[in-house]
Design a protein around this ligand. Structure first.
Ligand code: ZN
Length: 73
């Protein structure tokens, strides 16, 4: 069985139809696409920033570069 992953609108999480699925947002959100992308990128880089901060801190407190991040703060 071939099951196609349902694409969701990046912004409002509406299931995209076949035509809309070529993009990342639904037709309703299309006019705001650039703005939405900007926000997504911002939140992703914020997460990455947080992770690398933890990572650096963890390497320091474990004294090892080869362990998983175990610190949560
Ligand atoms: Zn949408």
């Amino acid at each position: 069985m071939f099951t196609k992953k349902k694409e969701q609108c990046l912004h409002c999480k509406t299931i995209l139809n076949d035509k809309e699925a070529t993009g990342a947002v639904c037709t309703h959100c299309k006019p705001k696409e650039a703005e939405i992308y900007q926000k997504e990128i911002c939140s992703m880089s914020a997460l990455e920033g947080e992770f690398s901060r933890l990572w650096t801190q963890c390497q320091r407190c474990q004294g090892s570069l080869h362990e998983d991040v175990i610190c949560t703060k």
